[in-house]
Write a protein that binds this ligand. Structure first.
Ligand code: ADP
Length: 164
């Protein structure tokens, strides 16, 4: 059985992430979407909130699971016998960082391959940061994120919880 992990900040999950999840779930027997703690990014949502939003968004994919992790990705990969690390590529600007990470991960642990999936054209400009900026300027994010995310963002603005 081929097990893949798709790690990311997912703050919040967008339709671009969902597209990668859908396509990767057709390649792997099991796909784990991993909410990874990113020390260099200040988040809008907590890991638990992000995981709940992903869970709600992927409920129609039978071989997709969600997990959260704070440590080094390769440790998670080793512990869970992962075969592939899935990452999405949008622009050339993504490539440099992704290449460095893939090479570093392979140096640390050569038992898993990084698999890059190219963004779909309609999502090539889409990022969590763009969605957050648009939202903060009162723009509608409905065409960029799953409905549950839009609701959770509005709840955040009101200072409330995200329906947990
Ligand atoms: P990270 O902080 O780990 O980059 P992100 O949540 O920003 O986490 O992204 C996770 C992965 O998803 C990254 O590989 C990123 O390049 C990819 N990704 C994000 N948005 C898109 C998109 N619109 N199309 C394709 N891949 C994407």
């Amino acid at each position: 059985m081929k097990v893949a992990v798709y790690p990311g900040s997912f703050d919040p999950i967008t339709n671009g992430h969902l597209d990668i999840i859908e396509r990767a779930s057709k390649i792997a027997d099991k796909l784990i979407v991993l909410v990874a703690h990113n020390i260099s990014k200040n988040g809008m949502f907590t890991s638990t909130e992000k995981a709940r939003l992903i869970k709600e968004s992927v409920k129609n994919f039978s071989n997709v699971e969600i997990d959260c992790f704070e440590g080094l990705l390769v440790e998670y990969v080793k512990e869970n016998n992962i075969n592939f690390i899935v990452r999405g590529l949008r622009a050339i600007s993504d490539f440099e960082m992704e290449l460095q990470m893939a090479i570093l991960n392979r140096k640390l642990y050569s038992g898993a391959e990084t698999l890059f999936l190219m963004t779909s054209t309609e999502h090539s400009y889409l990022s969590s940061s763009m969605v957050k900026e648009l939202f903060q300027m009162n723009g509608s994010v409905s065409q960029f994120v799953p409905e549950c995310v839009e609701i959770a963002m509005k709840n955040k603005l009101c200072g409330g919880e995200t329906n947990e």
